[in-house]
Design a protein. Sequence first.
Lengths: 421, 388
Amino acid sequence: MFARLLYESFRRQKRRKLLAGIAITLGVAVATAMIAVATDIGDKISRELRSYGANLLVTPQEDSLDVEIGGLNLKPPSDGAFLSEADLPKIKGMFWRNNIVGFSPMLPATAALGESGSGTTAPLLGTYFAHDITFGKESFTTGVRTTHPWWKVQGKWPSDDSQDVLLGDRLAAKLNKHAGDSIALAGKSHRISGTLSTGAGEDDEIVAPIALAQQIIAKPGAVRRVYVSALTKPEDALARRDPKTMNPELFDRWYCSPYVQSIAYQLQETIPHSHAEQIRQVAQNEGTVLSRIKGLMLLVTLAALFASALAVSAAMATAIFERRREVGLMKALGAGNLGVAALFFAESAVLAILGGVAGYAIGITLARQIGRSIFAADISIQPVLFPVILAIAIIVTFAGSAAAIRKAVQFDPVFALRGDA
Amino acid sequence: MSAPTSPANSATPDVSARRASAPHASMFLRMLLRAAVLRRGRAASALLAMVVAAAVATAMMNLYVDVQAKLRTEFRSYGANIVIAGKDGTSLPPEALAHVDQTLAGKGLSVPFAYVVARTHNGQSVVVAGTDFARVQNLNHWWSVTAWPSAPAQALVGTRALNNVSPDGKPFELTFQGSKLDLTPVGTVQTGAAEDGRVYISLPEFKSWTNLEPSTIEVAVNGSPTEVNAALQTLSQTLPTADVRPVRQIVEGEARALGKTRATLYAAAVLIILTAALCVLATLTGWVFDRRKDFAIMKALGASETLVSGFFAAEAAALGAVGAIVGFALGIGLAVWIGRANFHAPVVPRFSVLPWVMLGSIAVALLSALLPMSLLRRVEPAIILKGE
């Protein structure tokens, strides 16, 4: 009998049920989309913040002091210690390899301009542009195009295994060279594949594949420093602690968290005779900005949840309010308060589950759409979200119906049937 | 339209006198008021839906407009977005900093830097920078400094430079073009970048030691990209001998992260406002539909279609207006709270949002009143009154 009442109620009151169902579906859809976006936004924004460039710098441990003003290094290029280029692919073998967005080795040199190899000189910077690296079975493309996204090239990026170079745009203007011209460096002619604009010191330099710089200073395989761009977790109290003072358990936790400090530590382990340090300007601010944006989305999500909860409650209250007469009839026929309430709660539960499932499906589609159109990447949706959303839908629907059900049940059947409802 | 539909005004003796003195407008008003008072529960739930929708819409619009400014302040902690340098490494004119400060007029920060390469006692080269420590402290929050110099002859030494100039932390001597300077290291600076290999001293001391003026001014301009560009233009006009450049790394990084955040917030705002509007529509439609008996009685008593529609429309508009005002107040509160909780600065209430919220609320309310009306119009009043 109970099941039949329930079934008939849905069959005969399609319009009302549909309205309540739509309200629940919409509320759940927005809640799902907002929760999915909010839980994933940290990861997405942290990738966007990588456009500020590398957050870690690896230098030789025994390096002599840099004499650098305004991005120009005045130290003789062959002076000091070097890292070995052959060690770099190991970066993709370390524990947090998947958090390494990219890295670029740098080797400054001084190139003599002109055919004879004498006369004026210009600073030259050897680096990777988009270099293919294989480590084990994995292949990986890295270079300044990933780690320094603000570098703009007019013309073409040179290929890493070519002898082509980029000319900083101010140097190009000074030498009156354009993309496609050729330039003589240390007596050899090189094609200028493009001019580079960075808004910093590189505008006055020649930027070349690293092999060319190694050739000029006659140090094959040498790298002066490596810029590493890594996805990190905002710093907390544990991150700032000195790993030497930790007990093994704490150390494991520290090591297995993607803090900028622990990634620096792992880089030092991976690359022999190196010193890795966070670039504080990028690394420190990233945490602040990230936590602000995450906090904002969390609060907006709370507001959205609150709004959809109230909307669902209002819809449920309305749906039950309309059915006082039915309650009167049921009670006149001998139904107890409990039976009437049970019927209404069962109806609510069915509505909540149907609306919840439909809303969840719409919500994840919405979240994916947002992810794709804004971040050009899929929002990852945690499977645990589904039961959570369904539970929220049922709780909110019940909470919204409870007051209205109580009122409806307490109503005197005589008045209800007389039509004074 | 003279018949009493409300049971309240039944047997008052002077009712005809009152009726005579009161024009039809007051009847209309009374019906509106009575409808709200007598069916408090239903009216309240419709109003609640309206208020919540308006509040959420207000909060989202306020946040959307204000969050940019809030986030820009956060992004300013990345430091300078404009660098002014003397052409080819020459010094800037002595009055350059004053000009920059005048141009900024409080809407940004500027820090002068002067650099030379000096020699340590054992003949090593080290970059010595002269700067204004108070300004650096304000602009470059990421500098990890153990202690800032406060007295003359004190130096802030980069962590990497420390090993070269004063490994034991004792006073050291630097030479530049024959003139010597004795310094005491009071603190170290660590940034992970070029600063770690330098020695920082105060600008007046630097000037008297080297006779050089600053060669670089780092400027952090607050505001939108247009404002930053305008500042850039003004600065290059006021300082024609200098090279004024945007720090592309900072400017472009900010534009990207901010753009994505705004877009996400926009999507969230549209979603939330749309849901709220649809739910109001559903609730109100149900409410109006529920009152088909009132509608039928009015029609049976001879009210014209226009009058009945007008009555329901007026009721909906009143509900929308009240809901919008209450919701606006609540929404401002919500936005201020979010601003305080997240950015530690309240979101400034934008009253320019109010007309939009008001317009939207009334439009949704009217729509939800007139939608069921068009359905009911086709039904004979007798059928409704019979209860089918």
